[in-house]
Design a protein around this ligand. Structure first.
Ligand code: NDP
Ligand code: 2IT
Length: 449
């Protein structure tokens, strides 16, 4: 519970004005609780109105996306782009295509992105966007027409030095290609306006792998510094089977761990021999199929309906890589009972506040999303750098930079928590370290009356 009166007032105001936006309120509440000692220690944040400014997006664009399906019927979806904070760089953040997308989801993601992007140490502000369009079951032509219609409006609001979108749930290389093509057609300019591009037209090597790899680099550093341990020999559960989950599984395996389970929104697979990632990649990346197909191709694996059950599997390390609030208090209790030693978040806000509290109280190492999954956006920023230079680095060069960035994020968060009397609390440390840079920049740039 908050004690600082300034923070209490601002949070009450957010609640009043964004009452129904439960995911956004959840994200703001967590950040405010972490920042209490920082706000207590220096009156300049209140004097400059930093908190009431940081919770209000600089701009939120909501737009109609109409497109024609394969049967000739007109379809309408709602598009969003929140340009949350540009204090330290152009707005940067992904686009999500999923039926659950609404203003609250986009605002929570955009708010988190401010602090995550700051933690990378690179000059990128916070933004996020997407639509309630459901890509499941759509033909390639339908995906293309939707992306073109979406970009027809979005193009008016973005630019390489203004706002640079990328992928998120439901947006991968195929969608970025269609979006980029339409931007180029409309604006007649070839710039790094999107990241996650294909390698033949300005994409960066290692961007596809970056979020999952970065998650494992962060986890490895956390285990090393806080438990003198490593991923080698550990049993790992990874939820999801999309971009983040697949490359988290790949890197964890390379580092000597055994990943025994993965999932999608319908259910989870358990493979005691260790996940055969080539099979998962074929099913999910090539066939765009369902994870349950795995058991038809790999002996000894089982499939269970329902995605939450994955947390009942005994493991040393859990990496939630699907979606927000996928790991609740009951799931956390099960993981703890089964002896989990570390949890690191590949998805954005996958653990509920109850789950986080349970892990922290039980002494389980806990790496929060805005630190642990920052490798994706960090590598997007490296893609922007390469586009500006009209140059490309090798896979090894990008991967080495990604590794350094993740190690630095861990240490900056760890040190910030220690400085403010919360040693070992990586949630607080990430929020504080991410916040301070943005807040200083906001104060330095003044307030427009
Ligand atoms: P993908 O679309 O590639 O994969 C998403 C995975 O999560 C799929 O397995 C999907 O299952 C599952 N999933 C999605 N929604 C739900 C749901 N409501 N309930 C259960 N499972 C669900 O997305 P990404 O891998 O890119 O993103 C995963 C998470 O990582 C998100 O939280 C995203 O914000 C975060 N993230 C992504 C980054 C990136 O670079 N891509 C960077 C940092 C964070 P199904 O196929 O059944 O829908
Ligand atoms: O949540 C995220 O950080 C992303 N989806 C990646 C954003 C980006 O701009 O690469």
């Amino acid at each position: 519970m908050l004690k600082n009166q300034y923070l209490k007032n601002v949070l009450a105001d957010v609640e009043k004005r964004s009452g129904g936006e439960k995911e956004f309120l959840q994200a703001v509440t967590e950040v405010f609780e972490s920042l209490e000692p920082v706000i207590d220690a220096d009156p300049k944040f209140e004097k400059n109105g930093v908190m009431q400014r940081i919770v209000e997006p600089e701009r939120m664009i909501v737009f109609r996306v109409s497109w024609v399906d394969d049967n000739g019927n007109v379809q309408v979806n709602r598009g969003y782009r929140v340009q949350f904070n540009s204090a330290i760089g152009p707005y940067k953040g992904g686009l999500r295509l999923h039926p659950s997308v609404n203003a609250s989801v986009i605002k929570f993601l955009g708010f988190e992105q401010i602090f995550k992007n700051s933690l990378t140490g690179l000059p990128i502000g916070g933004g996020k966007g997407g639509s309630d369009f459901d890509p499941k079951g759509k033909s390639d032509g339908e995906i293309m027409r939707f992306c073109q219609s979406f970009m027809t409006e979005l193009a008016k609001h973005i630019g390489a030095d203004v706002d640079v979108p990328a992928g998120d749930i439901g947006v991968g290389g195929r969608e970025i290609g269609y979006l980029f093509g339409q931007y180029k057609r409309l604006r007649n300019e070839y710039t790094g306006v999107l990241t996650g591009k294909g390698l033949t037209y300005g994409g960066s090597l290692a961007r596809t792998e970056a979020t999952g790899y970065g998650l494992c680099y962060y986890t490895e550093e956390m285990l090393k510094c806080m438990k003198s341990d490593s991923l080698a020999g550990k049993t790992v559960v990874v939820s999801g089977s999309g971009n983040v989950a697949i490359y988290a599984c790949q890197k964890a395996t390379t580092l000597g761990a055994k990943v025994v389970a993965m999932s999608d929104s319908n259910g989870y697979i358990y493979d005691p021999n260790g996940i055969n990632l080539a099979v998962v990649k074929q099913i999910k990346e090539v066939e765009r199929g369902r994870i349950k197909e795995y058991v038809n191709r790999v002996d000894g694996a089982t499939y269970t309906e329902g995605c939450r059950g994955i947390w009942s599997i005994k493991c040393d390390v859990a990496l939630p890589c699907a979606t927000q609030n996928e790991l609740d208090g009951d799931s956390a209790a099960l993981l703890i009972k089964n002896g989990v030693m570390a949890v690191a978040e590949g998805a954005n806000m996958p653990s509920t506040p109850e789950a986080i509290a349970a892990f922290q109280n039980a002494g389980v190492l806990f790496g929060p999303a805005k630190a642990a999954n920052a490798g994706g956006v960090a590598t997007s920023a490296l893609e922007m750098s390469q586009n500006s230079m009209r140059y490309s680095w090798t896979f090894e060069e990008v991967d080495a930079k990604l590794h350094d960035i993740m190690v630095n994020i861990f240490h900056n968060s760890y040190n910030a928590a220690e400085k403010y009397g919360m040693k070992g609390n990586l949630v607080a440390g990430a929020n504080i370290a991410g916040f301070l840079k943005v807040a200083e920049a906001m104060i330095a740039q003044g307030i427009a009356y």
